[in-house]
Write a protein that binds this ligand. Structure first.
Ligand code: AMP
Length: 404
């Protein structure tokens, strides 16, 4: 079964083709083809990159329309040096990353008009993501015709959280309004939790795992017996940990103060909290941890404070998730920072030594997933490279197999 995966954003598209002919096996295969569109650099133009059949191409195309750009991208599957398919009809299914599935979708679902209407209806909950996801689905329908399409939701893994973890303590009417903790990065949390259980050689159904997705966006999930029982992102991806340019949780009284005293509008607060806070806001330099760490090493006090706050909040939220788990068998680090930063692993884990958690003395990043806990540690600590595209392909495969 050949599955095309599309992650459609507002300013970029990423896509992969996987061959699951042998069935959806545990090991993570390399895609046959990979491509991306970047709409950010040149007005009225798109940058297309693609790799397949051992070749890669990069082009700037005079295209402003997203559907047209996607068509040009998909053509590189069947034409030119990156060709890996005879015909687009060789594609058996398309799996889409859809950010928000609301309360309706707690698992992946085959896309039909009803599902598209729900993704549309949920736009107010994910205004930065669901419109682009829907546009990607409709573009693929136009390009590929009646190929089965599957929506894999970033919220779904969190949908079985207990009500006490999902409910915000505002007025009861919020519950009816759909104001609750949804959680995000679910495809990644689910994949890395399962992968950690596999690496530990144990059944996820009997494990308490804390997953730490630390990229430009950051979130934690408490995964108990395979079910997410708590997470740090909330009604929006703004909640929880400090991130690259997002503040994470702040006292909501600050927002009321800024509105009253400084006349901030909703759009200005949105910009402030999502784009001008976090590592970028505090360091005054960059949303990129590498740049902030470099500035700290050169003696920059703001950069130092930014990293100290980041670590403090990470540890505090890790503690909260461990309380929700009621124990701890494994900690997993993933995404850009989580996969690559030995100092981060050390600083994040240090307060949990009292639980018998011990890291190996010499830590270094590797291409492969690795267990970085000392042999006699009471808790395993794993660094797992997240594979969201592969997880989407697998979910798509499993759903379509069940249907046949
Ligand atoms: P992502 O959103 O998963 O691509 O992650 C982006 C974040 O990972 C940025 O803050 C990067 O600075 C960070 N990152 C990537 N590589 C490293 C590294 N080697 N050490 C520390 N942070 C890194």
């Amino acid at each position: 079964m050949k599955i095309l995966v599309l992650n459609a954003g507002s300013s970029s598209h990423k896509s992969c083709l996987f061959d699951l002919s042998q069935g959806a096996e545990d090991a993570t295969p390399q895609p046959l083809w990979r491509a991306a569109l970047d709409w950010t650099h040149q007005q009225g133009k798109v940058e297309l990159s693609a790799s397949g059949a051992g070749e890669s191409i990069q082009q700037v195309l005079p295209i402003a329309d997203k559907a047209e750009g996607l068509e040009a991208m998909v053509k590189t599957l069947v034409e030119g040096p990156t060709q890996v398919l005879e015909s687009l009809s060789d594609i058996d299914a398309v799996g889409h990353r859809v950010v928000h599935g609301g309360r309706e979708y707690i698992d992946s679902v085959r896309i039909d008009n009803q599902v598209k209407a729900a993704i549309q209806r949920l736009i107010p909950l994910a205004p930065a993501h669901n419109p682009a996801n829907l546009q990607g689905i409709e573009a693929m329908e136009g390009i590929l015709g009646h190929v089965p399409q599957v929506a894999v939701f970033d919220t779904a893994f969190h949908a079985r959280m207990p009500e006490a973890a999902a409910t915000y303590p505002g007025p009861y009417a919020w519950i009816e309004q759909g104001i609750r903790r949804y959680g995000f990065h679910g495809i990644s949390h689910q994949y890395v939790a399962q992968r950690a259980a596999d690496l530990m050689g144990q059944d996820i159904a009997s494990l308490k795992i804390l997953t730490c997705h630390l990229g430009n966006g950051c979130s934690l999930a408490a995964v108990k017996n395979g079910v997410c029982v708590d997470t740090t992102m909330g009604f929006t991806p703004l909640d929880g940990l400090m991130m690259g340019s997002r503040s994470g949780s702040v006292d909501p009284g600050i927002l009321i103060y800024l509105m009253r005293q400084e006349g901030y509008t909703a759009d200005q607060l949105d910009q402030l909290l999502n784009k001008e806070s976090g590592l970028k806001g505090l360091s005054g330099r960059s949303n990129d941890m590498r740049a902030v760490a470099e500035a700290m090493e050169q003696g920059d006090a703001q950069a130092k404070l930014a990293i100290e706050v980041f670590i403090h909040r990470l540890r505090r939220e890790m503690g909260a998730m461990i309380a929700s788990l009621g124990g701890l068998d494994g900690v997993v680090f993933t995404a850009g920072m989580g996969e690559n930063s030995p100092p981060l692993w050390q600083q994040a884990c240090e307060p949990f030594e009292f639980l018998g958690l011990q890291l190996k003395p010499d830590l270094s990043r590797t291409k492969d997933d690795q267990d970085i806990a000392a042999a006699d540690s009471a808790v395993r600590v794993l660094v797992v490279h997240t594979q969201e595209e592969w997880a989407i392909a697998q979910a798509c495969h499993d759903l379509l197999q069940q249907a046949t």
